[in-house]
Design a protein around this ligand. Sequence first.
Ligand SMILES: O=C(COP(=O)(O)O)NO
Ligand SMILES: [Ca+2]
Ligand code: NA
Ligand SMILES: [Zn+2]
Length: 308
Amino acid sequence: PLVTSKELFKQAYEKGYAIGAFNVNNMEIIQGIVSAAKEEKSPLILQVSAGARKYANPIYLKKLVESAVEDTDLPIVLHLDHGEDFEICKQCIDDGFTSVMIDASHLPFEENIALTKKVVDYAHPRGVVVEAELGKLAGIEDNISVDAKDATYTNPEEAREFVEKTGVDSLAIAIGTSHGAYKFKGKPELDFERLKKISKLLPGFPLVLHGASTVLSEYVEACNKFGGDIPGAQGVPEEMIKEAAKHGVCKVNIDTDLRLAMTSAIRKHLHDNPSNFDPRKYLGEGRKAVENMVKHKIGNVLGSSDQI
Ligand SMILES: O=C(COP(=O)(O)O)NO
Ligand SMILES: [Ca+2]
Ligand code: NA
Ligand SMILES: [Zn+2]
């Protein structure tokens, strides 16, 4: 069924695992992710960004997710990723989403609280949960490019005040991750001391890690081997994701690893089969690569297998 993340996060928090939140944009990506979660018997969050709604048309995405629920009977959360304002959150809530993110982390603290509370006050009476964000990721954040020097990590005391004043259900924090394939200049590192402080001040409260793709080297190498050009791409080592799940992180956002899995498989297929022009062949390979990557994430990193 379509569910909110409330119960899913409660169990994940207690058992020390995290739930993957995978960005979806088309049928094959959804099918790949959902097959993996079905096989792993894992709860699942499918998340839709504003860009995905523009690309695929919201009606198609909603129906595709409903098909996934009908086909697998998995507990699936339909989540709006990086909602930019009250209007799009309201639209998605009215549209049947079970969870929305209002991303007001670029606003001053008090304004972030006010806008987040406005969304919570609309969502909760309708049985929908809300994710907010405090602190700014480095790099590009859905076309709000945050200069590295302005990237301010989440302040633990502010986080507690923010949760108390907004009634929000989960909080995306900034501890060194960023979106995309180029997350770290040098050695990857996250501010685990900060994460521990935040989770200590918010016992039992679900935290969210954005920019959590590993940028798996096998896919980067395959992309570059078959005509791609993404040198120096790197992400969050999988050991760090596991560590974060032990300190209150219940939702791990993954988009770039999906893109790399799909793209590397399609590049390889087109390179190896120059005479083929049937999209089912390369989109099917892409779907398979997505399925394998998500199975790996669920089974070896997130720890959410056999939880349903
Ligand atoms: O945070 C993300 C995705 O992050 P990645 O680019 O690391 O997959 N979406 O909201
Ligand atoms: Ca933000
Ligand atoms: Na999100
Ligand atoms: Zn994000």
